[in-house]
Write a protein that binds this ligand. Structure first.
Ligand code: SF4
Length: 343
């Protein structure tokens, strides 16, 4: 089986007790059946402790929503007592994500982890492949898969070869036209490069208001969105110095989400997700500068991680945003292009 990842995938290392927002706090952790069966048979005091702290297939979160096995030094007692091999699947994988497409597996590291976010923001993405020993899954429609893979390469190329505002506008143009063709069962590429979709005046406050209706994962998220609304009239264009990291974030979203369209043929909402998330991160950075006069690389990493946690790592929020990208005028292709138009 071929395994395809961004080239930084293999460089990821969890920073454990150095992490500012440990993934063992505030998340419900489902225990997969194989691991649950193993935990049921662990003996001694630790086995008792395991069984006391599991209910309904999850670890029972303690005070401050901490995993009951996260000790006072923010290290995992299951890891130190039973070894890495006996972590449940989610804890083994996180923040890595995977998708299976027959004899191709894709993977990466998620932006919701600050150590992963540091990698994603600091390196241009090159996609690499290797052979792994794993049984193939049921194949997708291979013709559709190849066409979408072709598209994704084109879109990643747009990001690699253009400044951020032009790149995002090209992505949106391509996806809008591609979606219209897919809806007519037409996969020609020739028509995709003709006329551009017009640019309309954006309504960024409407996008922010929509985001405020989603379930917040952290108590400071909605107040931050409200502060962005306040500074909106004064922040101006995305500064050029932010282009490299924002392009990497756009590349991350495209790589991770575009091929999911192999199941539902919905490419447009995935590209709009890319545009909206990239724009929100840019606003978090611009708002930070407006308030404090600076935005360091570490600030950028933590803000990108916050956006990811709020949108990507809450399935309902992610679905709501994908749906809204069709339903709300503020997320029409023309208005999203307007968000990235230089004044
Ligand atoms: S969020 Fe990332 S760096 Fe932090 S504890 Fe989890 S995996 Fe490790």
């Amino acid at each position: 089986m071929r395994f395809r990842t961004p080239d930084y995938y293999g460089d990821f290392r969890c920073i454990a007790d150095q992490c500012q927002d440990n993934c063992c706090i505030g998340w419900e952790i489902d225990i997969d059946e194989d691991t649950a069966a193993y935990y049921r048979n662990v003996g001694g005091d630790f086995g008792e402790r395991l069984r006391r702290n599991i209910s309904d297939g999850c670890f029972t979160l303690g005070e401050d929503e901490r995993c009951p096995f996260l000790n006072s030094r923010n290290l995992c007692d299951i890891y130190t007592t039973l070894g890495e091999a006996h972590l449940c699947q989610i804890c083994t994988d996180h923040p890595r994500y995977y998708e299976w497409f027959g004899d191709i597996k894709e993977g990466g590291v998620g932006l919701c982890c600050e150590a992963a976010a540091r990698l994603i923001l600091s390196r241009d993405m090159a996609i690499v492949e290797s052979d792994i020993t794993e049984d193939p899954t049921d194949p997708p429609d291979l013709t559709v898969f190849e066409r979408l893979s072709y598209d994704r390469n084109v879109l990643l190329q747009f990001i690699a070869e253009n400044d951020l505002p032009e790149a995002v506008q090209l992505l949106l143009d391509y996806a809008e036209k591609r979606q219209a063709l897919i809806d007519m069962d037409n996969w020609d590429t020739a028509d995709l490069y003709h006329e551009e979709i017009p640019v309309n005046a954006p309504q960024p406050e409407e996008i922010l208001s929509f985001l405020c209706t989603l379930e917040p994962m952290s108590p400071d998220w909605i107040p931050r969105l409200e502060r962005i609304k306040e500074v909106l009239p004064t922040v101006g264009d995305i500064p050029k110095e932010d282009y490299p990291e924002l392009r990497r974030i756009a590349g991350y979203f495209l790589f991770r989400y575009y091929l999911k369209a192999v199941d539902d043929l919905d490419v447009l909402s995935r590209v709009k997700l890319t545009a909206v998330c990239t724009w929100v991160v840019s606003m978090l950075w611009r708002c930070r500068r407006a308030e404090t006069g600076k935005c360091s690389f570490e600030d950028k990493v933590l803000d990108a991680k916050s956006l990811s946690k709020e949108i990507e790592y809450n399935e309902e929020n992610l679905d709501a945003l994908l749906d809204a990208s069709y339903e709300l005028e503020c997320m029409s292709t023309a208005q999203l292009k307007g968000l990235f138009k230089k004044i």
